[in-house]
Design a protein around this ligand. Structure first.
Ligand code: AQP
Length: 347
């Protein structure tokens, strides 16, 4: 792909950007892979900008009423999980037009070959007629690059599945900088950390837990009540063996590994510690312990989300205020981009 620029990048101040699609209700995967870590980053005192990426969600058709509801519910999940709109900027993408303007520029920087190698594009069109997929779904990674680079963000906390898109964001920044002989866009760092960077389906340990999976049993939703969480964990697919006495013993046991990783991430323990505590235990013992832990960690979030959803106008106010703050950062960065490229800006 693109050749790296040689110029140092010391001029970019640390700033975090990340987003979640309101393409369904948020899952335990979104929580452990993204949301929980968004809160940690906010609490470390780094400047944090978080977004409900509704323009990404419409790359596949969304029912308008559901999209509106899911955008507000997603925002409620951010706040319930610990995002403080006074300390982080929280908004929905379509309210800040710099994202789509910069995305068009990046559509002209990115190469067709780069896009067609994206595994998410391949996965989402696998077994389907790719010709019938939207152009937006194909171009999705250029919009994601724009989301990040419109803020000159330097770090992006994401789950493992987004690693390739972040590599593409780096390639787009490098190519833009090379093409225009500038050191304008930062080459971002993916932050893929923790025990649950890839939470797997409860029905198939080789498949990512996803909000758009046809089976509701495959995921824990942040809106699930305690009984639903316990029932889904009880029915989660496993193998007949007890838990091993070392993490290596989880190799080739994707379902067991997934449940252990979820336990570790929820408890804030290492996988080694979980294995030490449960070595030799049957799933009949481990699953109820995991269900209790999941309910203890998720129920307060669900309760708070439900409370916040009683006042959608307040959520809209928070998103509107966040959009104004986001626009104030992104607009000058975009204007400078136009100037670098030679667009006449006369109003
Ligand atoms: N299963 C997962 N494990 C760890 N992290 C995950 N993320 C998503 N699923 C998992 C992380 O959550 C953030 C937001 O993801 P997204 O909603 O924008 O898109 P996605 O990765 O495509 O998530 P879904 O649930 O699979 O959505 P749909 O079904 O609509 O495509 C990202 O940081 C992601 O890594």
């Amino acid at each position: 792909m693109a050749e790296p620029v040689q110029t140092p990048q010391a001029s970019f101040k640390p700033r975090i950007f990340s987003g979640i699609q309101p393409s369904g209700g948020l899952t335990l995967g979104n929580y452990l892979g993204a949301l929980k870590r968004f809160v940690e980053k906010q609490n470390e005192g780094i400047e944090t900008i978080y977004c409900m990426v509704d323009m990404h969600a419409i790359t596949v058709w969304q029912d308008p009423e559901r999209l509106r509801h899911q955008t507000r519910e997603g925002a409620a999940a951010f706040i319930a999980a610990g995002i403080d709109p006074a300390r982080s900027i929280l908004f929905n993408q379509s309210q800040v037009t710099a994202h789509v303007e910069l995305a068009w520029i990046f559509n002209c920087v990115a190469r067709m070959g780069w896009m067609s190698r994206m595994t998410q594009w391949k996965d989402k069109t696998a077994g389907k007629n790719a010709e019938a997929a939207s152009l937006g779904l194909f171009a999705y990674p250029a919009l994601m690059a724009a989301d990040i680079l419109a803020y000159h963000a330097t770090m992006v906390p994401v789950g493992e599945d987004q690693k390739q898109h972040l590599e593409l964001t780096r390639d787009i920044a490098i190519k833009f900088n090379n093409d225009y002989k500038v050191d304008y866009f930062p080459v971002v760092e993916p932050l893929i950390e923790g025990a649950a960077t890839r939470v797997m389906s409860l029905r198939d340990g080789t498949k990512k837990m996803s909000k758009s999976d046809a089976s509701d049993q495959s995921r824990i939703n942040l809106t699930d009540d305690a009984d639903m969480i316990a029932a889904k964990i009880r029915k989660a697919k496993t193998d007949p063996e007890p838990l091993p006495d070392s993490p290596e013993g989880l190799k080739d046991r994707p379902e067991a590994r997934n449940l252990v990783n979820i336990y570790a991430a929820l408890a804030g323990h290492s996988v080694e510690q979980v294995i030490r505590d449960f070595a030799g235990a049957q799933f009949g013992t481990f699953k109820p312990a995991l269900a209790d832990l999941a309910v203890a960690k998720l129920s307060p979030i669900t309760t708070e989300m439900n409370r916040l959803m009683q006042d959608p106008a307040e959520i809209d106010r928070i998103l509107g205020r966040g959009a104004e703050q986001a626009d104030a950062i992104a607009r000058p960065i975009l204007e400078k981009t136009y100037e670098i490229m030679g667009m006449v800006r006369s109003r």
